[in-house]
Design a protein around this ligand. Sequence first.
Ligand SMILES: [Zn+2]
Length: 356
Amino acid sequence: MTGHRSLARAPADGSSAGRPRCSRRAGASLPSRALLLLLLLASCDLPKRHDAGVPEPKELSSRRIAVVATTGMIAEAAAEIGGDRVDVRGMMGPGVDPHLYKASEGDVVRMASADVVFYNGLHLEGKLSEVFERMRNRVRTVAVTDGIDRGRLLRPPGFEGAYDPHVWFDVTLWMEAARTVEHALSGMDPVHVHVYRANGERYRERLSALDRYVRDRASVVPPSRRVLVTAHDAFTYFGRAYGFRVRGLQGISTVAEAGAADIQALARMIAEERIPAVFVESSVPVRYIEALQEAVRARGFRVRVGGSLFSDSMGDPGSPEGTYVGMVRHNIDTIVAALSVPGEPGRRDGAGGGDR
Ligand SMILES: [Zn+2]
C-alpha cells in the first residue's frame, strides 16, 4: 500500500532529524486554518497557554481526563482502562488508513486541549508525526508501543531499518501496549491508580483469553496450509505469533511493472504449495487479487478469495468487529474457515462472486 511506502521513508531512529522545530513543512497537508492554529501552538516566540505543559496530577484527580487516541484499537484500550475516569475521543474511524491519515482542524483543536494523546508510534501515523512533534511541550503524548521490548519488534526488509508498526495482531504485544496506557494514566492521576490497575488487569485478562483463542483456532489449520496471502503487509506479527507464513502483495499496488513479476512469483508459490485461499482488505483494490487468481489459474490451480480481513482499523461501532477482540476473532475465524478446506484444482471458484 502507498501508506507503507511513506513508512519506508521514515527515519529509522524515529526522529525528525534535521527538521527545524518551527518548520512549516507539515502545513502542506493540513487545511489552512488548522495550519494557522498549529503554527500558533508551535510558535517558538508566543507565550505558552496559562495551563501550558502537562496538568498537575492534583487537578486531574478531581475531574475526568480528556484523552485523544489515534486508532480505534488505542481508543478502546484507553476507554477500557480509564473507565469512567476518562473521556476518550478517537481520531480514526472504521476503514481509515492510519498511514495516510492527516490531521483535520478538529483533530488539532482536540489534541491541543487534551490531557493526553495516545498514539501507536513506530511511524504508523506517518502524517501526524510532525503534529505530535510540535505539540510535545504542551500536550502529553504517549506512544503505546514504547513499552514493548525492542527485541520483540520486527524490522522488515525494505523498511530502511524502521520497525513494523502493526503490533496489535500479536495479542501478547497488544497487552504490553495496554500496560503502557495503564501506566500513563496512573502516572497522571495517582489518586486513582487502583482504578486503572483493576481495569487494566481485567482488560489484559480478556486479551489473554483472546490470545489463547487465536492459538487454538490456528492449530486447526494443517501446517502446510498456514500461509496467509494478503494485499497488505499488516500481518507479519500475526504470522510470527500464531505460526503462519505471511506473503503480502505490498509494493505492487502502486508500481504496475514491478507487480507483474511479484504476482507471478506469488502465483507460482500458491499453485505449487496448493494454498487454498487468499484474503482481501476493504482498502486495497480487488483487481490485484483477481490478477493473482488469474495467474494461479494459468498454472492449473484455483485459489479462492477466503474473505476480507480487518487490518489497520476496526469494524463499525456496534458490530462485533467494532471491538479489538471482535476484529481479531473475525480475522482468525475467516482465515481458519478458508485455509482448513483443501484447494480443489479444476473447481469453478467464481472469482469475485460467491467466494467473497
Ligand atoms: Zn498498515
